[in-house]
Design a protein around this ligand. Structure first.
Ligand SMILES: Cc1cc2nc3c(=O)[nH]c(=O)nc-3n(C[C@H](O)[C@H](O)[C@H](O)COP(=O)(O)OP(=O)(O)OC[C@H]3O[C@@H](n4cnc5c(N)ncnc54)[C@H](O)[C@@H]3O)c2cc1C
Length: 304
């Protein structure tokens, strides 16, 4: 993530005079300040407000220092009229099941502790789902609810270590942040799969990183989304096998990530300690089903 350091003196949005102790799962209201259309299908939403300040103050600085900082975010349908932050324990007692907020996972693309703002880049992938359509309709003053962040990856400072970054649109925020954080002398390849040339972005990156864009459109018979991951896997398979250690960051659609795990960890033998590889979403699955399947063989990337 690109960020300015957290400000320990940032105000905390506890409502009463006596601050309530923070418990796991504490939620913070992120209020939309403005939106910014980065490409036809990638929308940056800027959030501000007391809840953002409190979220930054409560976050573990190590998680904020990662380049793949992410948060579990709750989205409520506007017509239900709930006020963020959401207390799910209370809402489960008072609100019908179908009106409860839905949980989704998003990379925090940028944090500015001094301004108490943060940004999330949403893939707007159609009318299906919760978060994509929410972002598409977002207006200043709308709010979502987030818990404190996770995140573990940060590129090595070792300029002699080659890099390989692979991902689809959903991983653009994390890949962009990783490229920005790399030492100037870093060498390697970054391959990002998007629908078409219109989805390409200018990403700051070290000169020694060969940044390549792949397009799904035209890659298959039945439309762009059905081919998600195929161009990425084919491009990775066309790379020469590394002859030594390589730092890998690969995230995106689950089927593609399974193929990349077989190639990179299996065939190439890249050690897991150098490998950040996971599924960010799964074709045909809402996130609830995708998360639940992590407990079953179909949802597991490193087994099978
Ligand atoms: C750690 C982590 C970080 C992530 N960071 C980001 C991020 O910064 N930006 C981002 O946009 N996503 C990110 N994702 C992916 C995001 O959580 C999922 O795409 C999520 O499913 C979107 O929720 P939704 O409500 O829009 O769709 P869901 O209700 O979950 O799904 C509805 C339908 O849309 C399809 N779908 C979901 N996502 C996509 C997609 N990207 N492209 C095409 N079809 C899709 C599903 O297969 C399903 O058929 C991240 C995921 C993880 C685990």
């Amino acid at each position: 993530m690109s960020s300015t350091p957290p400000n320990p003196a940032a105000p905390v949005s506890t409502p009463a005079a006596a601050p309530a102790p923070r418990r796991p799962g504490t939620q913070y209201a992120l209020v939309v300040q403005r939106t910014e259309q980065l490409t036809p299908h990638l929308l940056r939403v800027h959030f501000a407000g007391e809840g953002v300040a409190a979220w930054i103050a409560a976050a573990d600085p190590d998680r904020l220092a990662a380049t793949d900082t992410y948060a579990k975010v709750l989205f409520a349908r506007r017509e239900v009229g709930l006020t963020a932050p959401y207390d799910l324990e209370v809402l489960r007692e008072t609100v019908p099941l179908e009106d409860l907020p839905s949980r989704r996972t998003y990379t925090i693309r940028d944090v500015d502790a001094a301004a108490s703002t943060l940004a999330i880049d949403f893939v707007v992938h159609g009318d299906e789902g919760v978060a994509g359509p929410w972002a598409q309709a977002a207006q200043a003053g709308d709010a979502i609810s987030a818990s404190v962040p996770g995140g573990a990856f940060a590129p090595s400072d070792d300029v002699t270590l080659p890099r390989l970054l692979l991902g689809d649109d959903s991983a653009i925020p994390a890949i962009a942040a990783a490229l920005e954080a790399m030492p100037a002398g870093a060498q390697g390849v970054a391959i990002i799969e998007v629908e078409s040339a219109a989805e390409e972005l200018e990403l700051a990156h070290p000169e020694g990183i060969d940044l390549r864009w792949l397009h799904r459109a035209g890659a298959g018979d039945d439309g762009a989304t059905a081919t998600a991951g195929l161009p990425l896997v084919a491009a990775a398979r066309a790379l020469p096998a590394p002859t030594g250690p390589v730092e890998v960051f690969a995230h995106g659609e689950r089927g593609a990530m399974k193929e990349l795990r077989r190639l990179i960890n299996g065939e190439w033998g890249v050690d897991r300690s150098l490998l950040s590889l996971s599924a960010y979403w799964a074709l045909g699955r809402a996130e609830d089903a995708f998360q639940a399947e992590k407990r079953e063989p179909i949802g597991q990337i490193f087994e099978g």
